[in-house]
Design a binder for this molecule. Structure first.
Ligand SMILES: NC(=O)C1=CN([C@@H]2O[C@H](COP(=O)(O)OP(=O)(O)OC[C@H]3O[C@@H](n4cnc5c(N)ncnc54)[C@H](O)[C@@H]3O)[C@@H](O)[C@H]2O)[C@H](O)CC1
Ligand SMILES: [K+]
Length: 480
């Protein structure tokens, strides 16, 4: 587990209704439990707290420990700097307790002369995951003070030794770290305390994942993604248009490559059209279309492209030679189903529904969520790419992990929502996201846009309604 993942989990946990108060309560209780299990009860405990949430965990631990131990809390810093609601809440509780002693140490001069000889255990809740740079005063002096008692008292750090990874850091007997043992940490003993995240968080896509995927990269036109969409035929022009419309809210530039016959029917000024001659894509268009991919960050191929033999051949040849990250959707999937080897060495997302999945891989996804996810993961591994199986729960895998998405509603069975989804995924790929993240977050945003439409119109709407709610979905995520 990486520190970036912790942020995603916290955000998704909040989305499930698990509040930061609950997490802090569990974190502090976990610290208290670890101490009592290791060292027994009836202890004299000093708890050094900073003004961030690491300190907040310390406040909670103090309350839990106070039941059977003699506890003194040293707040290092000014109490008006206790900012988060959950830390403040727990601080206010502590101030009402008569059996917990509180000492406020606003500057280093108050720390230097402290004598901590009477304490059996010193808890270090000064700095945690929010540490930026070398520890500054008065925290720095507090770290040094604690280290004077190394080997004399037991020193327990909350989450990580304060100051880590700087030179000035607490030398603890162990740290109580939360939920998982974090890969990045080294050089100190760790005990893991679970803080109430459900298993769903390993797999469920939520606003935490989406926030990361939507981060802007630059201030200049084109820096935030250029997407090329290849689709349309004699019979269809709406499908590539819907994909382009949805994507245009996310990336800077969307180029729509279509046979001129269908391109003529598009009048939307948001679109940059790149018509190619004729009514349908054929091998003859190959060089021209490949040249267009050069200035794109990602490519979508398939929406409304049709199933003519010469078009299917075009799709396969194109995929084989395209060097950009790809989303292959709809008729494009049927074209490559005839020869999956065109995917070798490519970076791509396939977006089949159950029927297309069977056409591609000869097996129908059936059974429980876990069983279906197992099959999607197996096939993703075989083709060395990302598969998004569309359904009531969308399942996404890169062959190593699997994710699922629950946003969306029955109204989205209407034609064209798959094109909107492909457009969003392509846009997220063009922003530089991994195929796994682009596909997972694409499914989430598409469903969220659909749910936003449902709030206004009920379950009878069209795919264009969904595409037009993409900016609302994005705004919701960024403000969450
Ligand atoms: N999901 C979880 O794992 C949970 C973790 N919890 C605990 O929360 C902390 C992280 O809290 P946060 O408020 O983000 O940061 P800190 O408390 O680590 O520090 C912020 C605080 O410190 C000041 N500061 C930053 N760098 C320095 C420095 N170099 N010198 C001095 N002061 C510094 C900054 O200005 C802030 O005031 C995590 O570690 C867990 O303990 C939650 O309680 C439960 C969920
Ligand atoms: K700490």
């Amino acid at each position: 587990m990486k520190i970036e993942d912790v942020y995603i989990w916290d955000t998704n946990a909040k989305w499930l209704g698990i509040s930061p108060f609950q997490l802090m309560e569990n974190a502090g209780a976990g610290v208290a439990r670890a101490i009592e299990e290791k060292f027994g009860r009836g202890l004299k405990v000093a708890i050094f707290c900073g003004t961030g949430n690491n300190g907040g965990d310390g406040f909670v631990a103090a309350r839990h420990l106070s039941f059977e131990n003699d506890v003194t809390v040293f707040l290092v810093g000014d109490e008006i700097k206790i900012r988060s609601e959950e830390a403040k809440h727990n601080w206010e509780i502590l101030k009402k307790l008569d059996f917990v002693k509180i000492k406020i140490l606003k500057d280093s001069s108050q720390i230097k002369g402290l004598n901590l000889e009477e304490y059996d255990v010193i808890v270090d809740a000064l700095l945690g995951a929010g540490t930026k740079g070398e520890p500054r005063e008065p925290i720095r002096s507090a770290i040094k003070k604690i280290n004077e008692y190394s080997g004399k008292a037991k020193i327990v750090s909350v989450d990580l030794p304060s100051g880590y990874p700087s030179k000035v850091q607490v030398k603890c007997d162990f740290a109580v770290t939360f939920q998982w043992d974090k890969e990045e940490f080294e050089g100190f003993e760790r005990i893991v305390a679970k803080i109430g995240y459900p298993k769903e968080l390993y797999h469920l896509v939520g606003p935490g994942n989406a926030k990361f995927a939507l981060r802007k990269k630059g201030e200049h036109k084109g820096q935030n993604g250029r997407l090329l969409i290849i689709g349309g035929s004699e019979d269809y022009f709406g499908a590539p248009y819907l994909a382009a419309k949805a994507a245009s809210y996310i990336v800077d530039l969307v180029y729509l490559v279509m046979p001129e016959y269908s391109a003529k029917r598009i009048t939307d000024p948001d679109m940059i059209l790149r018509p190619v001659e004729g009514k349908n894509f054929t091998r003859e268009h190959l060089e021209e279309v490949l040249a267009l991919t050069e200035k794109a960050d990602a490519v979508i191929v398939g929406p409304g492209i049709g199933l003519r033999d010469e078009t299917r051949e075009f799709v396969r040849e194109f995929v084989k030679r395209c060097e950009k990250p790809l989303v292959i959707d709809a008729d494009g999937l049927k074209a490559i189903a005839e020869d999956l080897s065109v995917l070798n060495g490519k970076t791509f997302v396939l977006t089949p529904h159950a029927g297309e999945f069977k056409t591609l891989f000869g097996e129908k996804p059936e059974g429980s969520l876990k069983e279906k996810a197992g099959l999607v993961m197996k096939k993703a591994k075989e083709i060395n790419g990302v598969i998004l199986l569309k359904g009531v729960y969308d399942i996404i895998s890169d062959g190593k992990v699997w994710k699922y998405n629950k946003t969306g509603n029955r109204g989205m069975t209407t034609g064209g929502t798959g094109d909107v989804l492909a457009g969003i995924i392509g846009a997220l790929l063009a922003l530089g996201n991994s195929p796994l993240r682009a596909a997972s977050v694409g499914a989430f945003l598409n469903g969220l846009a659909g749910d936003t439409v449902k709030e206004e119109l009920g379950e009878n709407f069209t795919a264009l309604n969904v595409a037009k709610k993409v900016p609302h979905a994005v705004k919701w995520v960024l403000e969450f």
